[in-house]
Design a protein around this ligand. Structure first.
Ligand code: KMH
Ligand code: ZN
Length: 282
């Protein structure tokens, strides 16, 4: 498949709503974001959930509402975050799978995260991986550092292929504490992936454009969104996630790898066809 998979990560757990009113936090805002981002070229949405006060939550009731809102407004592949916010407990991170998303993130190791630690113990990685396979949920392996690629391979060697049979990793580059958002790091990580695997990449903050261009140049896919990027250009704030998706789709077209449709995204990732009635996915 020669096109580009575009994932939108519209919310995250770190940005404060009061600072960024355009950050989608309610189910209604998330639904509207899903629709406009699908129209702009996204195939997948990476969902972090907020409560009524726009604070990050892993409470299953809010997670179910968020998944339902995205499904009602779009056909996007719904990928819930199991990373949540730094410090979320393993039990609630695992429990979000009960909201029956198509896919979920699985971070492949612990990493410094600003002044804190984003903890991902090996036994927890294994537990998450098995739980996803039991529920026919496709994992996306989150790679914050080069060693995480090797940890992902260790997981695949120990546990076998994921649900859907395809391995897709997401390089999250430029978190203070993780790998820097450079083309050299992107190439190093991509080269370590197992044969047949695909990857997306995102650069935090001003790493966004260099990482996007490097990913397109190396056959990679793209993740964009207000979880990662709040400044569109020097002095220009991102007001709306679809701005970022439109730019990613435009770069993808220039690179002659236009944005994949939702159906193509589902096929690429091996998403189960029963998730969305009438979906053409495999
Ligand atoms: N918010 C970060 C601590 C994920 O979504 O799986 C974790 C994160 C990764 O964003
Ligand atoms: Zn996330």
């Amino acid at each position: 498949m020669s096109g580009t998979l575009i994932t939108v990560a519209p919310t995250g757990a770190e940005v404060v709503k009061a600072d960024r009113p355009g950050l989608p936090t309610s189910p209604e805002e998330l639904g509207l974001t899903a629709r406009t981002c699908q129209e702009a070229g996204a195939g997948v949405i990476h969902v972090h959930v907020r409560d009524h006060d726009a604070r990050p939550t892993m409470d299953l009731r809010f997670v179910r509402d968020a998944v339902a809102a995205v499904r009602e407004s779009s056909a996007l592949v719904v990928q819930v975050s199991t990373g949540g916010a730094v410090g979320d407990d393993e039990h609630s991170r695992l429990a979000v799978l009960e909201a029956e998303p198509d896919a979920a993130s699985l971070t492949c190791g612990s990493v410094n995260f600003g002044d804190e630690i984003f903890a991902n113990r090996w036994p927890f990685m294994v537990e998450l991986y098995r739980a996803m396979r039991d529920r026919s949920i496709v994992p996306e392996f989150e790679i914050f550092d080069l060693g995480h690629v090797d940890n992902m391979k260790r997981l695949l060697d120990a546990e076998g292929p994921p649900y859907g049979g395809h391995v897709h990793a997401d390089l999250v580059m430029g978190v203070p504490g993780g790998m820097a958002a450079t083309a050299a790091n992107l190439v190093a990580a991509a080269q370590r992936l197992p044969a047949g695997a695909t990857f997306s990449a995102t650069g935090i903050g001003r790493g966004s454009l260099p990482v996007m261009l490097a990913a397109l140049a190396t056959g990679g896919h793209l993740r964009v969104g207000m979880e990662d990027t709040l400044t569109f250009a020097p002095g220009v704030r991102v007001e709306d996630n679809s701005q970022l998706v439109r730019r990613a789709a435009a770069f993808s077209s220039l690179a002659q790898r236009p944005a994949l449709s939702v159906e193509e995204a589902r096929r690429l990732l091996g998403i189960r066809s029963t998730s969305v009635p009438g979906s053409a996915g495999s």
